[in-house]
Design a protein around this ligand. Structure first.
Ligand code: SF4
Length: 669
């Protein structure tokens, strides 16, 4: 008989939904939204529902595989684990532990997914990746400004007079915020959307502002100029709770509104209207991730933070510069799970430059890569170089559920369980502060195993099995250990299914910031400590007319690589036939310039690579914009990252995936 269980979405998404999962005959047959989850309220997206198909797919990896003479051969777990452990032992003895690279990402938000780091720390410390492809520049920027990256509780939106959605298509990526926007609008709260693409969120806005991609920071400068001209800034906040305001004033004086109009494509009247909106507190700003994926991305987020601060929208109900909400992840005792003190050696590559790191590493070179929770062959920029780098390494081990592009390149593929086949707890440091419980509901197919089982087996073989001699419950309790004083225990979580973490619904309401000065820093002392001038700047994307005229002439269009609607990054493409081709979305202006029509075949290209796909004309978008959704598999046309650059953001922690100029040509069938 069918049974319904409460579980959680594990996907890397703002919403971390609660699930209602129907199991019949030992099989997951339906995934729906949990009506009782305060955020989910019974509604989930197609990506979450697809986890049923993902779990039951015939394409699941069922057995450990080893590549022998270029062909996959099924091997026993004993053989795979013995051979991998033996290679790790030899590498450690001959080259040292940092000859192993741990390449990871965030395919799953489970707390116990952190145990891969425990394994590598107990091994002795490997080469690790720092920064993030996704939001690294913005997180670092907010750390410079506020000392941390915190967001307001979702329901605080109803305390706002105006909500600005700046570069985030919440209809596609943050559906429960979209629901709040609809309700807020009904209550008379005004909605402004700033985005180069007139997306589904923009369609419901009271005001839509199209901005030139990568120039959002200049728009913030323009609004700040107008705020000061109109006397709408919050003098009390600026004088008592900030440092470096004089540097901002100098910056604002160095550019005219006319120049800003030209750079951003936004007219003066609109800039003035935005200044009035910011000055009429409380105004809540939600920042997206795309605009910080540029060489000037950290500076862009800092300029928007500065605007929110200058207008007095920090620390008040209905305000905030809402980007990440790290107070959620910081609630857990990650150190107890990962044991950083066990590391005796370490080396880091940035996430963006991992390919270059692999190819250039000496003393020691990289001899083995182990990939967890990620698919770098589609997700890391400059795919052709990433491929070359991974192919250059003697042994690549991938823990996976499916034969992804990265798994295809591996020497060993170890089959792992899905969310419904292992117990864990789930949270996301992006939007709300609920932690969800996810029980093991069905048996894994074939010989697929949880990651934790794999780490334990390898640790036993490598002589540190004692560090893994704990049950899943014990590991979960370790991660929750700092929360017991608030009454948040595993026992309660198992019973109640979701619990609200003790985080501030209105961050910075005491105006005490986690920066070196304890104030909001327009000029960052933390940046200065790192040897970087911490002042806000006038900065352009690296691939732009302002920075590289020649390149902009050769490649006149800006490529965006937004998240697909139906796949979480690369995770679902193989399960949805209609997604298995490249769609090239272009503005009407580009279509006219290049003689393109809907359905035409075209190639998008630059010096790094090219991609062929089918044209779709965007109804309304910035005139220079081309979009190709990220995450596509090689067998379905290939990743858009053959075109993107592995350059790092200005603060070194982020990617520059959107900082990418391309050209486009129609091709005959
Ligand atoms: S992908 Fe996001 S919106 Fe969709 S079900 Fe999962 S958490 Fe919810």
């Amino acid at each position: 008989m069918a049974e319904v269980h409460i579980s959680s979405c594990p996907l890397n998404c703002w919403d971390t939904c609660g699930f209602k999962v129907t199991v019949d005959g030992g099989k997951v047959i339906k995934v729906e939204g949990d009506d009782l989850h305060p955020i989910t309220q019974g509604k989930i997206c197609g990506r979450g529902r697809m986890l049923e198909a993902r779990t039951n797919s015939k394409e699941r990896l069922l057995y450990p595989l080893k590549k022998v003479n270029g062909e996959w051969t099924r091997v026993s777990w004993e053989q795979a684990l013995d051979e991998i452990a033996e290679k790790m032992r030899k590498i450690k003895n001959k080259y040292g532990t940092t000859a192993v690279l741990h390449s990871h990402d965030y395919a799953n938000n489970g707390l116990l997914k952190n145990l891969d780091r425990r394994f590598f720390n107990c091994y002795g410390g490997v080469t690790e990746l720092t920064g993030s492809l996704c939001w690294g520049a913005g997180i670092e920027a907010q750390t410079w400004d506020f000392g941390n990256s915190y967001s307001h509780a979702p329901e605080d939106i109803y305390n706002s007079k105006h909500v600005i959605i700046w570069g985030r298509n919440v209809a596609r990526t943050n559906m429960h915020l979209f629901g709040h926007l609809q309700s807020a609008k009904k209550q008379g709260i005004k909605l402004v959307v700033i985005d180069p693409i007139f997306n589904q969120t923009a369609q419901m806005a009271d005001m839509y502002v199209s901005v030139t991609p990568g120039m959002d920071g200049f728009l913030a400068i323009g609004i700040m100029k107008e705020l000061l001209r109109l006397g709408l800034e919050d003098r009390n906040f600026i004088e008592n709770y900030t440092i470096g305001f004089e540097d901002v004033q100098t910056l604002l004086q160095s550019i005219t509104i006319e120049e800003i109009e030209q750079l951003t494509g936004v007219e003066r009247d609109t800039i003035t209207s935005l200044a009035f909106i910011y000055g009429n507190r409380p105004t809540m700003t939600y920042l997206g991730l795309g605009m910080q994926r540029y060489a000037n991305g950290g500076n862009t987020i800092r300029l928007i933070d500065a605007l929110v601060a200058m207008s007095g929208n920090i620390g008040i109900r209905g305000g905030g510069a809402n980007f990440g909400n790290l107070q959620v992840g910081q609630s857990f005792n990650i150190a107890a799970l990962t044991l950083p003190e066990r590391k005796t050696k370490s080396r880091t590559f940035t996430m963006m430059k991992q390919a270059e790191g692999i190819l250039q590493a000496t003393d020691p070179g990289i001899k083995m890569i182990i990939v967890t929770c990620g698919n770098p062959l589609t997700q890391v920029p400059n795919t052709n170089v990433v491929k070359r780098a991974f192919q250059s390494v003697e042994t690549v081990v991938v823990l996976e559920q499916f034969m992804t592009d990265t798994a295809q390149l591996a020497d060993y593929v170890l089959p792992t369980t899905t969310v419904f086949e292992e117990e864990d707890i789930y949270y996301s440091s992006m939007y709300h502060a609920y932690v969800n419980y996810g029980p093991a509901l069905v048996q894994p197919p074939g010989e697929a195993k949880p990651d934790l089982w794999i780490w334990t087996q390898l640790a036993n073989r490598l002589g540190f099995g004692a560090d893994f001699s704990f049950s899943r419950d014990e590991f979960l309790q370790m991660g929750l250990s700092g929360l017991e004083k608030y009454g948040i225990t595993l026992e309660r979580l198992k019973k109640e299914k979701h619990l609200l973490l003790p985080v501030k619904p209105v961050p910075w309401d005491d105006y005490t910031f986690q920066t070196p000065s304890g104030k909001f820093e327009f000029t960052s002392l933390l940046a200065k400590k790192k040897g970087i001038d911490g002042q806000l700047k006038m900065m352009y994307p690296a691939e732009s007319e302002a920075e590289n005229k020649e390149l902009a002439k050769k490649y006149p269009y800006r490529l965006l690589t937004i998240h697909p609607l139906r796949s979480n990054h690369s995770q679902h493409y193989h399960l949805i036939e209609s997604m298995q081709s490249i769609k090239i979305e272009v503005s009407r202006d580009i279509a006219e310039e290049k003689g393109l029509e809907d359905g035409d075949k075209a190639k998008v290209f630059n010096d790094r690579g090219q991609l062929v796909g089918t044209v779709k004309i965007l109804k309304k978008a910035h005139r220079k914009v081309i979009n190709i959704d990220e995450g596509q598999w090689e067998k379905f046309g290939g990743s858009v990252n053959v075109l993107t650059s592995d350059r790092e953001s200005d603060n070194g922690q982020g990617s520059t995936l959107y900082d990418c100029l391309v050209n486009i040509e129609k091709i005959s069938e």
